[in-house]
Design a binder for this molecule. Sequence first.
Ligand code: CP
Ligand code: NVA
Length: 300
Amino acid sequence: MKHLLKLMDWSEQEITETLNLADQLKYEKKNGIEHHILKGKTLGMIFQKSSTRTRVSFEVGMYDLGGSALFLSSRDLQIGRGEPVEDTARVLSRYLDGIMIRTYAQDEVEKLAEYGSIPIINGLTDYCHPCQVLADLMTIREHKGVIKGNKMCYIGDGNNMTNSLIVGAIKMGMSMAVACPKGYEPDAEIMKWASENGEFLCTDNILEAAKDADVLCTDVWASMGQEGEAEERKKVFAGYQINAEVMSVAKSDAMVLHCLPAHRGEEITAEVLEAHASEIFDEAENRLHAQKAVLVKCLG
Ligand code: CP
Ligand code: NVA
């Protein structure tokens, strides 16, 4: 059974196949060619956190592929009242053909896969965001022609996005530099793996990380679930921003990615965001095509 619990579980070849399929599905959608590969299949989408892109891309993606999608808010499910994930997994496996889940603990996603008998797709946890990073890799390839050999720089909180970006970058042959304040580094095991398997740097020196970068990425200073720390984080992260100074040390043709939603004036200036809007909104669009490719791989 094919799950997408985290990007680390997928090989470079599987990622490349997914990106190729995503490119094909994008081309075909733009040309009015339909493939009802998932006809008769139903995806359950469990959300314990808010979402615009993930929800809509998976729902439209299932529709495009001839299947259907059910939005399941944890506020309404018994899981929100304490029904164990082990039981939810076994029950939903009897009704559905796959589950996409957005939640807090990575362990919950892993347990769904362990106890359920259908493919599980991680639509974001506190630990990682693999679906987003597949769309990011697709966007980099679209704009740069190739992924391998580029330098990616991430500036900001060492969060779920950072963890998946590191894995995606290193697996696909990019070098990766992360700039974050001390105490807010990405996952220690992922950093160790990255250092052993590619060119990886983690520093609190923003300009050192951004130097000669081909791709600059950032994400919010306070993620979903960290709203209570938002004020404190504004102080800690001040300066950890993609702005004109950062752009001036990156390559002159550097592209900028942001998974969105963005906080202008915090992790990115409004000027840089607008100057790179074509890349950032291609990235958002590519969620749809990349998620369809993931659906075909896992449920097809
Ligand atoms: N980037 C992303 O996952 O967006 P949503 O939170 O809107 O799904
Ligand atoms: N790091 C952010 C990503 C949102 C898509 C969060 O978890 O809120």
